[in-house]
Design a protein around this ligand. Sequence first.
Ligand code: HEC
Ligand code: HEC
Length: 168
Amino acid sequence: MNRNSASHTPVTIHSLNAVLFLCCLVVAYSVDARPPEQSWDNLCEECHGEYAEFAGKYMWVVGDRLEGQHHKTDLPLFLKNHYIPDHEITAMSQMLANHANSPLRFDNECGSCHGELAVFMEKSIWVRGESMTAMGVGMEVDEYLKTHQELNENDVEFYLKLFSRMSE
Ligand code: HEC
Ligand code: HEC
């Protein structure tokens, strides 16, 4: 009798451990493996809508830093206190960064003729509140851009947003 139970006990503990271990693996795996797109749909979409559209409207990559339209240098701290589990912040920030706006677009599309964005703005763009004047040509920037370089409506919207952000 005694010998029997003595030989059973270790086996039971052993298999219990194995089961616990497997459970932990499954839980850890499913938490880590959740793609950021799915987390967004579960945790963020109800307030913010579709992630690519949100990022295109409100997110910026300036240098190598992700910034919000309103939360700039304090974005990481803000996100830590804003609905996102800590271990998902990196993946979700990367996802937003992939769809974010960037001043680099000016370098690529306009820089060959206009040089550096900051210098160009200083010289050519007069921002007062909502209104922006292109000083060289003496026109409102939005009116001018519609006639310039075959820019479409989305391009014009992007550059207006860029000039306005860079002048803040
Ligand atoms: C209950 C509604 C709600 C949910 C859910 C929510 N947010 Fe927000 N979020 C807001 C509000 C309101 C603001 C603006 C608050 C502020 O600026 O202080 C905001 C601001 C932000 C900003 C800053 C934007 C900027 O312009 O600087 C980011 C980035 C953001 N949310 C990401 C997320 C992510 C990622 C999730 C999901 C994990 C999420 N939010 C879930 C309501 C929500
Ligand atoms: C091929 C050269 C070239 C490219 C590329 C170019 N521009 Fe221009 N841009 C010009 C020239 C030339 C002028 C001056 C036009 C004039 O004086 O009538 C100008 C003027 C402007 C002005 C008015 C500046 C002022 O002082 O009034 C703005 C704003 C502007 N460009 C924005 C852009 C943006 C944004 C892009 C990128 C999408 C861009 N440009 C790409 C050549 C270019």
